[in-house]
Design a protein around this ligand. Structure first.
Ligand code: ADP
Ligand code: MG
Length: 361
């Protein structure tokens, strides 16, 4: 099912600032779509609008082209998959999955057939006679999805479903849940404030801040080409350097006080405009100053090592750019290939034109 959000807004009674403000997006059929942002940015509100649990103040929602803005929650065919999965503990797996069809009056044979079909879809048919407490967390999750699908769900909605789990289990469940959702082929919207969860699971991510979508793209796009400083910071560590556009077009050149930066930008900024260049720590390679620039990387800024910390997988450097007035950058080098640099050593911070994002300031 395809979902269209059409300039949808929601202001809660007695609250001036809307929780969700003119959000538009279209979610493709079968897509695993993420809403990512800090606490309070409006993710849950947007999900509840899609579910039909609350009504928008303005704007609308369409499912497969049909306006569902006024459709009550039980007629939308959406299912919020809650934390803990909320299976009935006293019922077997099969009875749990039959629950939806039973409520809508399906005959005994029909509901059994539907339930077994969905249990097979999530590879849980052999557990049909077990009780939920005889299943692992991952298996309960599968049953919860089968139950939602048996009840006619056309869209699965997840609100931070993994946030109560310990770190190790959460990692495991990420993979499991992603595989499962993609296998069902159902459109799904997943809310999280955890950027790693979103980057590792999503087909596309909508990064939200203060009720608005600030950027929408694939995980690679939002991570490596953030549109704003907020997105750059929220998705991970980032280095910044301000400058002015000296040349535009296919190859963009930015003049900064620490040197010239080449950017392979998708958009051509106006010559003379002020921009922020953003480079991720793992996209920078440190070289000894006397080695000279790396011919395969377009950019080389003079810098001095401030600190060097071994973190097992990577060695993290902090280096001061230029004469020191241009700020500090963080660099993460895989420790296995790291030639080690010492504090005080003059170096070059080198990086490709393709790893620079130009931010709207
Ligand atoms: P998130 O899920 O991203 O943490 P929410 O959608 O829960 O954000 O909340 C967005 C904003 O709306 C917050 O400022 C929150 O305090 C406010 N809010 C949420 N629910 C209500 C409500 N029922 N009444 C009034 N304000 C609410
Ligand atoms: Mg929330």
């Amino acid at each position: 099912m395809e979902i269209a959000l059409q300039a949808i807004s929601k202001a809660y009674d007695g609250v001036d600032r809307p929780a969700v403000s003119k959000v538009s997006a279209s979610i493709a059929s079968g897509e695993f779509f993420f809403l990512l942002g800090p606490s309070g940015c409006g993710k849950t509100t947007l999900l509840r609008l899609v579910a039909g649990l609350i009504r928008p103040t303005s704007g609308g929602i369409a499912f497969d082209g049909e306006d569902v803005t006024e459709l009550p929650v039980d007629q939308r065919g959406t299912a919020l998959v809650f934390q803990g999965y909320a299976l009935w503990p006293h019922m077997t797996v099969l009875e749990n999955v039959e629950f939806g069809p039973r409520m809508s009056g399906a005959s005994r044979d029909a509901r059994r057939r539907v339930a077994m079909e969905q249990l097979e879809r999530v590879q849980m048919a052999e557990f049909a006679q077990r009780k939920p407490n005889q299943l692992s967390g991952g298996q309960q999750q599968r049953v919860a999805l089968a139950r939602a699908l048996a009840a006619g769900t056309r869209c699965l909605l997840f609100d931070e479903p993994l946030s109560n789990l310990d770190a190790r289990l959460r990692l495991h469940m990420r993979d499991e849940l992603k595989t499962l959702v993609k296998e069902t082929g159902v459109t799904a919207i997943y809310v999280t404030h955890d950027q790693k969860e979103a980057l590792s699971m999503a087909d596309r991510v909508a990064v939200m801040n203060e009720g608005e979508i600030v950027q929408l793209g694939t995980p690679e796009e939002v991570y490596s080409q953030p549109a704003t400083r907020f997105v750059a910071d929220f998705l991970g560590e980032a280095n910044f350097l301000g400058g002015a556009v000296a040349a535009s077009g296919d190859a963009v050149r930015v003049t900064t006080t620490a040197g010239e930066i080449m950017v392979s930008s998708r958009t051509a900024p106006d010559v003379g405009s002020k921009v922020q260049c953003c480079v991720r720590p793992e996209h920078v390679r440190i070289r000894a100053a006397d080695e000279g620039p790396d011919p395969s990387l377009e950019n080389a800024l003079e810098a001095t090592i401030v600190s060097s910390v071994y973190l097992g997988d990577v060695r993290q450097y902090v280096c001061r750019l230029g004469d020191g007035a241009d700020g500090e950058w963080r660099v993460a080098e895989l420790s296995q290939n790291a030639h080690r640099f010492e504090p005080g050593q003059p170096v070059l911070a080198t990086f490709a034109a393709s790893s620079v994002a130009l931010l709207r300031t």
